[in-house]
Design a protein around this ligand. Structure first.
Ligand code: PGA
Length: 253
């Protein structure tokens, strides 16, 4: 049985004081509620140490970054390496979020390098895939997702691949309030798991975590998490309110 993962993607939100308050409130909430999933908080880079300190004190959550450099070190102004993240005790890293694909032109080949860099530093990549509305309406969603999965991840050997988390985030559902129905999400999750099975076999396909993201909130989380191939969520907007985020965590069983 796969233990569910709920990861909060704060994106580019909150100042330092607000970040501190949000972490404190999430910790308080997690202490009060019965939570039976792995919780990950992914704040902006400047607050990572604040978060890893909070994680070490409370032992109630782990910390993820939202991006990483595809380079190791050196003259790459503005970049943050996987080794730097590891040195802060960051355990997860979101890679290939659709906002990075769209606004920063990140393609599958670059993302494959980023995945390798974090794995080499014992950080779990949360590799995001998902189709646009246009692609879904043209009935190209399966092809798009297959390519994203194959080109971003299938260069890995099995020993590395088994440490990967995949997040299915339909672009049309992100920040729009339009959630995929549990059935729509399950269809794609099952498809992704079938791709993994074909490539890496039954055992790895059964172990791999596939999270859903895209307007997942305290009201719809239970129904999504009840689907057999949905192993938790990558939560954007609802992770910015401690009460909502903790409620989603409680629903992940
Ligand atoms: P959302 O974002 O929950 O605000 O739709 C999810 C994400 O982009 O990770």
């Amino acid at each position: 049985m796969r233990r569910k993962i709920v990861a909060g993607n704060w994106k580019m939100n909150k100042d330092f004081d607000e970040a501190e308050t949000l972490i404190d409130d999430v910790v308080k909430g997690l202490e009060e509620e019965e939570v039976d999933c792995d919780v990950v908080i992914c704040p902006p880079f400047p607050y990572l140490e604040l978060a890893t300190d909070g994680a070490a004190d409370s032992e109630l959550f782990e910390v993820g970054a939202q991006n990483v450099s595809s380079f190791d070190s050196g003259a790459y102004t503005g970049e943050v390496s996987a080794a730097m993240l590891a040195s802060l005790d960051v355990n997860f890293c979101i890679i290939g979020h659709s906002e990075r694909r769209k606004y920063f032109n990140e393609d599958n080949a670059t993302l494959a390098v980023k995945v390798e860099k974090v794995l080499a530093n014992e950080i779990v990549p949360i590799y995001c895939v998902g189709e646009t509305l246009e692609e879904r309406e043209a009935n190209r969603h399966f092809d798009v997702i297959r390519r994203q999965v194959e080109e971003g991840l299938f260069g890995l050997d099995a020993a590395d691949f088994e440490n990967v988390v995949i997040a299915y985030e339909p672009v049309w559902a992100i920040g729009t309030g339009k959630t995929a129905t549990p059935e729509q999400a399950e269809e794609i999750h099952a498809f992704i798991r079938s791709l993994v099975k074909e490539k890496y076999g039954d055992d790895i396909a059964n172990e791999i975590h596939i999270l859903y993201g895209g307007s997942c909130n305290a009201k719809n989380a239970s129904a999504l998490f009840a689907q057999p191939d949905i192993d938790g969520g990558l939560i954007g907007g609802a992770s910015l309110k401690a009460e909502d985020f903790v409620s989603i965590c409680r629903q992940a069983k």
